[in-house]
Design a protein around this ligand. Structure first.
Ligand code: 5RP
Length: 235
């Protein structure tokens, strides 16, 4: 039964990714998000380059996205060369009906937010289990934190009513170190009502480099289901 569940979700993620890649047009500079869902989109962009001779450039949001782009022969560029992107495709950990997001379970949230904010259009790909009524209830908010400031940030978050947990490495002793050399705090809040205000309050803490709250940023969300893809658009 568990295997069926996994297969269902992988198919759904792939279906959502294929829809998103239809947004990619000739000459586009595309932000390449991180995670297992957007990996299918990167693969599909590579296929279109081979099949159609499509000319595009990618701006990866992580080492993972960079290596995927290289492996699928997507030419890479930087924000310095292209500070304005035509499109960014990325995954998400939670999505609400207003298309606000929590991101960062892959630890790439800071570059992801920078690349998303540089794009004219920000398209999200996920399976439908990521859609929730209320963000942050069964999901902590990841923060990228300067290691020097870890203890002061933890104290300030507790004052705001949050429960911060330093993300530990998997097959590594000690904390996860991001692609930018920083730490990740996963923060749970008991009541999470005004998320936009919380986002500002968190960012005002010196040493908090970025939050995983992506408020009013996504334009379109594709949610893969077992039998198709649901499209949500920001009003
Ligand atoms: C990484 C992210 C990812 O986009 C998010 O975790 C979704 O990943 P997946 O598609 O593997 O579920 O925000 O920082």
């Amino acid at each position: 039964l568990r295997r069926e569940n996994v297969d269902w979700r992988e198919d759904a993620k792939k279906r959502a990714a294929l829809e998103a890649v239809k947004h990619v047009r000739e000459g586009f500079v595309v932000g390449l998000g991180s995670g297992t869902t957007v990996a299918y989109a990167i693969q599909e962009i590579g296929k279109r380059i081979k099949r159609e001779g499509l000319q595009v450039l990618g701006v990866p949001t992580s080492h993972q996205a960079l290596m995927l782009a290289v492996n699928h022969s997507i030419p890479i560029t930087t924000l310095d060369e292209h500070p304005k992107l035509d499109l960014t495709i990325d995954g998400a950990d939670q999505i609400d009906r207003d298309l606000n997001l929590i991101k960062g379970m892959g630890g790439a949230l800071m570059r992801e937010k920078i690349v998303a904010s540089a794009a004219k259009q920000f398209v999200i790909v996920a399976d439908k289990t990521k859609l929730v009524e209320k963000l942050g209830t069964s999901q902590p908010i990841p923060l990228e934190v300067l290691p020097f400031a870890l203890s002061t940030v933890i104290a300030r978050i507790k004052e705001l009513g949050g429960k911060p947990v330093l993300r530990e490495g998997n097959r590594k002793i000690g904390p996860v170190v991001t692609d930018n050399g920083n730490f990740i705090l996963d923060v749970e809040f008991e009541s999470v009502d005004a998320l936009d205000k919380l986002d500002v309050a968190l960012k005002l803490i010196p040493g908090v480099l970025e939050t995983g709250l992506f408020m009013s940023m996504a334009d379109v969300v594709y949610l893969g289901k077992s039998d198709g893809v649901m499209r949500l658009e920001r009003k």
